[in-house]
Design a protein. Structure first.
Length: 129
């Protein structure tokens, strides 16, 4: 987890205004206002680029951030399962390719495709670990 992710998780865990946020449609002042789902003002955004910044802040409301963090956690869990399955496949294919040379190219291709994950587990076939 990066420092930025830690900060975001800590901020998202704090008690904040509920629900989605929206940007005011009032454009006569120097501020663009952001309101929560109950109509309470959450933030005022000034120039420059006040409208674009306000839309970004409203879109990144705490509920949306929590949803993204949940999805990130789910994807990490799925990735872990898939990586473990791929590791088992590499080990099995390595064992088979020793007996059946026609599978050697498949083993090499799968092993090379997993090289970017090398820091998470060794891709050496069983017996060479």
């Amino acid at each position: 987890m990066t420092d930025a992710e830690k900060q975001i998780r800590e901020a998202a865990a704090a008690e904040t205004r509920p629900g989605e946020w929206r940007v005011s449609k009032h454009h006569e002042s120097r501020y663009t206002l952001i309101y929560d789902a109950d109509g309470f003002e959450v933030a005022r955004v000034c120039y420059p680029n006040r409208d674009a910044n306000a839309r970004l802040i409203a879109a990144c409301n705490p509920a949306a951030i929590r949803e993204l963090l949940d999805e990130l956690d789910r994807l990490r869990a799925d990735r872990s399962l898939l990586l473990n399955a791929a590791r088992r496949a590499v080990i099995a294919l390595a064992a088979v390719s020793e007996r059946r040379p026609e599978f050697a190219a498949d083993y090499e291709l799968l092993d090379k495709s997993l090289q970017r994950f090398r820091g998470e587990w060794p891709t050496e076939p069983r017996g060479k670990e």
